[in-house]
Design a protein around this ligand. Structure first.
Ligand code: CUA
Length: 365
């Protein structure tokens, strides 16, 4: 075959020349090299061990062949040998463990100043939302040299977001915010993939990441949009009439959302949780999941199935904007709200709760 395979064309898949496929993708992020280093270590250890084992098999088959060794030798074992081949591999495994754990923990900890971009997976496309309100489908623009944190949600089934050139991948599971982060180091255009089978057009759930240098990125960003993410959320807030209960200047039938983001919330069952992205998402979609102390359940409608994950991200963007220094501290998308003090007492304060104790009314079925 000549090596010219033309292009594969799937519905929704921009032509993907087979010639562009490489055994090893380019390394275009800050974490690429540490991940590649571990990968090569694993590969080399595996190859060396395999060669040693095969060499030993061949050598012993030759040395103890029945013709040369007609009377089998009885070997009773050797403690020294047993200890050696137990302890040495154990130490090598420990190196793999420590090295892998170090990379794993680094991958879980986006820097506090990371730029945040939101990704929603949907059969069969990736929808991207930027804090300034810009939106794209199957295209992700990031600046080079800036840590970028992706907060990801799924509209339907499990997808998996992967950028091989950045050595990042994370499952995108419905019902959760999932996140990953990277720092692009090389300007260029890189593939992004869905790497979890998600239906008959899974193979077409593919897109591009554009890593641009700072200046180019600022120029690209200055395109028009329908307001910032927070403004889009504010419009939705008005559209759904949220403001009739969630008053901003006083305590209404729903909790005041001003200053809420990432603050502790006292629940009616005595627990205290942090109003992070996961908590806000849950409270928007399923108001009765966590009832806030001092508020009556059964007022707020259930929005699950009524609004999209993108809308939820916009609403959270608006709620964040109500906290002056909110987005600076993003503990946001860690899974589930954090229980600080399970036995916090005094959770039954009636009348007006302080703004930091933000309830979300819930509805009993
Ligand atoms: Cu989405 Cu595969």
């Amino acid at each position: 075959m000549s090596g010219n395979f033309g292009a594969l064309n799937f519905p929704g898949l921009r032509s993907l020349p087979v010639a562009d496929m490489q055994l090893f993708p380019v390394a275009a992020s800050a974490q690429s090299h540490s991940i590649d280093g571990l990968y090569w270590f694993l590969t080399i250890v595996s190859v060396v061990m395999t060669l040693l084992i095969f060499a030993a098999i061949a050598f012993f088959a030759w040395k103890y062949h029945a013709k040369k060794n007609p009377h089998p030798t009885q070997i009773e074992g050797s403690t020294k040998l047993e200890l050696t081949w137990s302890i040495l591999p154990f130490l090598v495994m420990l190196i793999m463990f420590a090295w892998g754990a170090q990379i794993f923990f680094a991958a879980q900890q986006p820097p506090k100043d990371a730029m945040e971009i939101f990704v929603t997976g949907k059969q069969w496309m990736w929808k991207i939302q930027y804090p300034d309100g810009g939106r794209e489908i199957d295209e992700l623009h990031v600046p080079v040299g800036t840590p970028v944190k992706l907060t990801m949600a799924s509209e339907d089934v499990i997808h998996s977001f992967s950028i091989p050139a950045f050595r990042v991948r994370h499952d995108v599971v419905p019902g959760h915010y999932n996140s990953l982060w990277f720092t692009a180091t090389k300007p260029g255009r890189y593939h992004l993939f869905c790497t979890e089978y998600c239906g008959n057009q899974h193979a077409g759930m593919i897109g591009w990441v554009d890593a641009m240098d700072r200046r180019e990125y600022e120029k690209w960003k200055s395109g028009g949009s329908q307001g910032t993410l927070a403004e889009q959320g504010q419009n939705l807030f008005a559209q759904y009439g949220c403001g009739t209960c969630h008053l901003l200047d006083q305590q209404g039938r729903g909790p005041n959302l001003r200053g809420l983001y990432n603050k502790p919330v006292q629940l009616s069952d005595g627990r205290t949780v942090i109003a992070n992205d996961a908590y806000l998402r849950e409270s928007i979609l399923e108001a009765n999941a966590k009832i806030v102390s001092g508020f009556v359940p059964g007022i707020m409608p259930i929005f699950k199935g009524q609004i999209s994950e993108e809308n939820v991200i916009q609403l959270i963007g608006y709620i964040r904007s109500l906290s002056p220094n909110g987005p600076a501290s993003q503990q946001g998308s860690q899974q589930g709200a954090v229980v600080i003090s399970p036995s916090a007492s005094g959770g039954t304060s009636t009348s007006t709760s302080p703004a930091s104790k933000i309830p979300v009314n819930s509805q009993q079925q």
